[in-house]
Design a binder for this molecule. Structure first.
Ligand SMILES: [Zn+2]
Length: 523
């Protein structure tokens, strides 16, 4: 249908729309656009004043605003939104050991729901319309249901990567996390039935933590599950320095080479991070068509580095964008991720020309749509695609003047610019207000419950006694060895020398285990 006289469920008029951006098309910024939406899809796009004659059940006048395709966040751990703010200055391993695992062990389904819901709302407020989550492999299905309910209640289009681990490390207190693969797959089928996506791709997909927490047989069974059920697969790859060496020790080749050798890598796979890729590994990703989920804020926050995005894109790797979990950068803000996505390559290559705002938007839309397995349904404002979009109000101090709306979105906007968000044809944010959730009541509850949770788990001490760095008194950079093992010995994971009056309260639930266990249980 492309008929201006038709009646729509929702009609957006007078927008300046960012069209194109799919396939090999350039973006086009078109004024006076009307967008007619029926039965969850974009039914009509009128350029110029064609839309005047159209009728609609609900009308939104977007005068003065820019319409963008909804942003797609391809890597997350939503439950972490209840524990953000506690992990500053921790290397990856101590961060996992001291903050993430003890909390994940303790969180109730209700707390998981609250963390996920507040994350979904923050995502929506930054123009996000689709999010791929990576939920840790806790056996209780209620915890996974909690994330799915948060998607449902917020209106966000969500996919749940359910963590899978079949290598059962010799880990005392975390053994309760282990579930045989058959049971994990059955749980995933059950959740996908309970929360149908209504699309070609089911709402639940397998998410092995890393290569090292899986057997080869387990990885192949994951591929088999994905092929049978028509899902994507997501996994952390190349996030930290030592992954390649650990893989060489185990298999004689690096992670990427092994994954390709066994036929694991394909366009079904969304590999989160890929910070530490060498030339050969970049070529493997290009050759296999596997997607990279680029997490620039998380990679910077956790000190993991800057992914070689320019070289990847130049080599033909499919790269999408993400924020990572709420505790991996303390944000679900995809507008912030867009800016990091664009500026980090400039910093890495010491060249401002290597990556631009349009490249960033493409990663967060068209490339994200491909990563989640819905290349023709999401990622662009186009007739026939699902109606996922947002309206950006440019009249903010941070934003004006606007010469180029795409550049303005990426480099000079924030959550306060996002006026209206439509997901699956439904308005979930209108005039800056959520239509389905009481935001103020939620944020107040989250503040209270998060403090109570950190006291219960014993992680509250991580935010205590923070001080200025004692510059000139033995601050060391790097040399943290295997996953920050060295750094974790001090008890806080802090590599910075401490002043004599700075004491660390003993954590109530400090885990005592090795890097291997943490890596295993983290999934
Ligand atoms: Zn992750």
């Amino acid at each position: 249908m492309n008929d201006a006289s038709a009646s729509f469920d929702l009609l957006i008029t007078n927008a300046t729309a960012v069209l194109g951006g799919a396939r090999d098309e350039q973006y086009r910024v078109v004024p006076d656009v009307s967008i007619g939406i029926s039965e969850r899809r974009i039914a009509w796009i009128g350029e110029g004043h064609e839309g005047d004659a159209a009728k609609a059940v609900k009308l939104v006048d977007a005068q003065g605003m820019y319409a963008f395709p909804g942003l797609i966040n391809t890597h997350n751990h939503l439950f972490q939104n209840l524990i953000k703010g506690l992990g500053d200055e921790l290397y990856l391993l101590p961060w996992v050991e001291m903050l993430i695992l003890p909390t994940a062990d303790e969180m109730t389904p209700e707390e998981t729901y609250l963390g996920a819901l507040v994350g979904c709302l923050e995502a929506i407020r930054s123009g996000t319309t689709t999010l791929l989550d990576f939920m840790f492999g806790l056996p209780d299905i209620e915890l996974h249901r909690a994330v799915m309910r948060a998607f449902q209640d917020s209106g966000l289009r969500g996919f749940l990567g359910r963590a899978v681990r079949d290598l059962n490390p010799d880990s005392g207190h975390r053994d309760p996390w282990f579930l045989p693969l058959d049971e994990v797959f059955e749980q995933m089928r059950q959740l996908a039935r309970e929360f149908p996506s209504g699309l070609a791709v089911p709402s639940v997909l397998p998410a092995p933590g890393t290569m090292r927490t899986m057997t080869i047989d387990g990885l192949l069974r994951v591929v088999d599950y994905a092929e049978t059920e028509g899902t994507q697969i997501t996994m952390h790859m190349g996030e930290y320095t030592d992954e390649r060496d650990i893989s060489i020790e185990r298999w004689g080749v690096g992670t990427f080479a092994k994954a390709e050798e066994i036929g694991y890598l394909s366009p079904r796979v969304v590999a989160a991070h890929c910070v530490k890729l060498n030339r050969e590994e970049i070529e493997i990703m290009a050759r296999t068509g596997a997607h990279v989920s680029y997490n620039p804020v998380s990679n910077a926050y956790l000190g993991n580095g800057i992914a070689p995005i320019v070289e990847m894109l130049e080599t033909g790797v499919a790269v999408a964008l993400a924020t990572d979990g709420g505790a991996c950068g303390n944000t679900q803000d995809m507008i912030e991720a867009l800016k990091f996505a664009a500026v980090m390559p400039k910093a890495r290559e010491e060249d401002p020309r290597v990556f631009n705002a349009r490249d960033a938007l493409k990663l967060a839309t068209d490339a994200g749509a491909k990563a989640v397995g819905l290349p023709a349904d999401l990622g662009a404002l186009e007739v026939g695609r699902l109606a996922d979009l947002f309206l950006l109000d440019p009249y903010r101090l941070k934003t004006v003047p606007v010469h180029d709306p795409i550049s303005a979105l990426v480099f000079q906007s924030g959550q306060s610019n996002v006026d209206t968000v439509v997901i699956d044809g439904k308005i979930v944010l209108e005039g800056g207000r959520f239509t389905q959730v009481d935001e103020q009541a939620l944020v107040r509850e989250v503040q209270e419950r998060a403090l109570a949770l950190s006291r219960r788990v014993g992680t509250h001490w991580l935010a205590k006694g923070r001080r200025l760095t004692p510059w000139g008194h033995g601050v060391t950079i790097g040399g943290h060895g295997e996953w920050g093992k060295e750094a974790s010995r001090g008890g806080t994971g802090d590599h910075v020398a401490r002043g004599p009056d700075q004491q660390d309260p003993a954590p109530d639930a400090a885990p005592a285990s090795s890097a291997d266990e943490a890596a295993g249980a983290a999934t």
